[in-house]
Design a protein around this ligand. Structure first.
Ligand code: AMP
Length: 285
């Protein structure tokens, strides 16, 4: 298997992309923080199906981590990531370092209001500003026709869609479904932090929000269903940030009976690991 091409500077990235543009090719970008798993690779596969060329970025973005979060310990696995991306059919991997992305004197932030006020925005102050800033930079650096983001980070997907619309960035944002372990746990680079016992408990997050979604589909009110979900998680030992029932486009809180497609979102800690997940409310059986 030949090695996948890499670029470590914006200039190198742009020279690859310029050649493809000249040839009239359609280009997709898949932004990641590395430590790649099958969830990330599903984004590459989806990108492949929609474009001639796929660029994957790997950058552990310091400005989206809080001071007490896991920036220093976040898994970094460049060699095996490059191997996986060669096999998955990526054309180019962009691996900038922090100085390339944030040179001396960098002083700009992109902030999406409203959508970032609560849920993960409340639990992680400045997180979405960091995400919006780096995604804006990556989109301007690569200039792709489309960029693929996972529904695993549902609030992030909506934030990216909103900033692209608001800033008139000419790119299509494509959402990809959550890839899960057999027991339902959403794949995440952070799952390696879980102890064996926590790993056994972790699938309860997905099971619980799926039960909340099923109760909502039967007509139960949003507040009661979300509260029942919170209690179930707390009883199993999770420290819960939120279990919430929201409008799937605006993330506005819903109460009373909800329509199919409403989103159930949750974030909860098991030990030192923060897990997030979300599901859509199914149509009534
Ligand atoms: P990350 O490396 O965690 O920043 O994730 C990079 C991209 O992969 C984001 O768009 C995530 O939403 C997406 N992603 C992460 N985990 C999954 C998963 N289990 N299923 C689908 N997409 C995922």
């Amino acid at each position: 298997m030949p090695a996948v091409a890499t670029a470590r500077t914006v200039a190198e990235l742009r020279s690859h992309v310029a050649k493809w543009r000249e040839a009239g090719e359609r280009i997709a970008l898949v932004p990641t923080m590395g430590a790649l798993h099958a969830g990330h690779l599903s984004l590459v596969t989806l990108a492949r199906s929609k474009a001639d060329r796929v660029v994957v970025s790997i950058f552990v973005n310091p400005i989206q981590f809080g001071p007490r979060e896991d920036f220093n310990t976040y898994p970094r696995e460049e060699a095996s990531d490059l191997d996986k991306l060669a096999k998955a059919g990526a054309d180019l991997v962009f691996l900038p370092d922090a100085a390339e992305m944030y040179p001396e004197g960098f002083s700009t932030r992109v902030k999406v209001f409203d959508l970032t006020d609560d849920l993960c925005g409340a639990a992680r102050p400045n997180h979405f500003e960091g995400v919006a800033t780096v995604v804006t930079k990556l989109l301007l650096q690569a200039g792709p026709d489309l960029a693929v983001f996972g529904e695993k980070d549902y609030q992030q997907l909506l934030v990216v869609k909103r900033l692209v619309r608001d800033l008139d960035i000419p790119v299509e944002i494509v959402g990809a479904p959550v890839v899960r372990e057999e027991d339902g746990l959403a794949l995440s680079s952070r799952n390696v932090y879980l102890s064996p016992d926590e790993r056994k408990t972790a699938p309860l997050l997905y099971r619980t929000i799926s039960e909340v979604a099923a109760d909502l589909a039967k007509g139960e009110g949003a507040d009661a269903a979300a509260l029942a979900g919170r209690f179930k998680l707390e009883a199993a030992g999770f420290r819960v940030d939120y279990v919430a029932v929201r409008d799937p486009d605006t993330l506005k809180p819903l109460s009373g009976p909800v329509k199919p497609g409403a989103r159930v979102l949750a974030a909860a800690h098991l030990g030192k690991t923060r897990l997030i997940d979300n599901v859509a409310v199914p149509a009534r059986a």
